[in-house]
Design a protein. Structure first.
Length: 200
């Protein structure tokens, strides 16, 4: 049932989002050099690695060290809030178009292809990078018992306003209590979470 919801939802979503993705690609290409799509290795269900697809929001050849250090501190419980968020603010790696795409989550629309392929689900925990997965303890790794998703409990319950432990708690709760009705409720709440810009 979950897979059927994913296939139908991702197919409809891709068809509806083609004009938006096309306009975003043009804007990205006009502002900065480089490929308009960004591909990154992520960790999925049972630790399986796959390539996630996103619209590029950063300058080419950016320096990722500050972000990597912040993520490590976040997982260790040592990260400070930036304003109200557990997230780097005014990230110098992002282009102007990229900031808009991130605030509206348009950059994540190509992940609908990952859903169609079966790498991801519409709803589930946020897919981790290999570096993040390596830093997780045994309890946190249980979030990999289900497929990662484009949206989930973390996204609709505060997103980057929540700390790492709170994110893990929500992911584990989802893995334990999943139901088709819960997925539909999370999908219905997602647009409101996306447009609540202070949590983006």
């Amino acid at each position: 049932m979950k897979r059927a919801l994913d296939v139908v939802g991702a197919t409809v979503g891709l068809l509806l989002s083609i004009p938006i993705i096309g306009l975003a690609m043009v804007a990205i290409a006009l502002e900065s050099r480089g490929a308009v799509l960004y591909h990154q290795t992520r960790v999925g269900r049972d630790g399986r690695r796959f390539r996630v697809h996103k619209l590029r929001t950063m300058w080419v050849d950016n320096d990722d060290r500050e972000h990597a250090a912040y993520v490590a501190a976040l997982i260790a419980g040592d990260a400070d809030r930036h304003g109200a968020l557990f997230k780097l603010q005014d990230d110098a790696r992002c282009t102007r178009v990229g900031r808009f795409l991130r605030h509206t989550s348009i950059d994540e629309l190509p992940q609908l292809w990952n859903v169609l392929r079966g790498d991801m689900s519409l709803v589930g925990p946020r897919p981790s990078t290999p570096e993040e997965a390596d830093l997780m303890d045994a309890r946190a790794r249980h979030r990999q018992d289900v497929k990662p998703g484009m949206t989930g409990l973390w996204q609709v319950n505060g997103r980057s306003r929540l700390g790492y432990d709170e994110m893990i708690d929500l992911d584990l709760e989802y893995a334990r209590t999943w139901s088709p009705f819960e997925d539909l409720c999370i999908l219905a709440r997602t647009p409101f979470a996306v447009f609540r810009r202070e949590t983006a």
